[in-house]
Design a protein. Structure first.
Length: 122
């Protein structure tokens, strides 16, 4: 029998939780979580999905596509228009790595803390 689990939260390590939460708040429209403090910040989607950002001393950003340090985790976001979404995310502070293998189907970016994430056509 398979265990049925419902994903309720994703937490990313970073150096500045508030700054990273602000980036993802603007990018996703998720609401700030009221329990955020200096070492932890969070965002909540209407259906309850929670994204947390926790301060880690000596945080080292992942290197894409290299693996030292490894990418650790990444998000995939579905969008209607890759070019439009890319322009908005770059304005918000996303990075655009040189290695971007997705072509016209998906694109790799990095958030301000260095975590890779992808935009995929809806």
């Amino acid at each position: 029998m398979a265990l049925r689990m419902r994903l309720t939260a994703i937490t990313l390590d970073c150096a500045d939780p508030r700054a990273l939460a602000a980036f993802y708040e603007q990018a996703t429209g998720f609401a700030p979580h009221p329990g955020s403090d200096g070492d932890f910040a969070g965002l909540t989607r209407e259906d309850g999905l929670f994204i947390g950002f926790q301060r880690v001393a000596g945080y080292r950003a992942p290197q894409w596509p290299g693996q030292d340090p490894p990418q650790q985790s990444h998000f995939d976001f579905a969008v209607e228009d890759l070019d439009e979404a890319e322009a908005v995310l770059l304005e918000l502070g996303a990075g655009k790595p040189e290695y971007r293998p997705g072509g016209d189907r998906w694109r790799v970016f990095t958030d301000p803390a260095g975590h890779p994430f992808c935009l995929c056509l809806r």
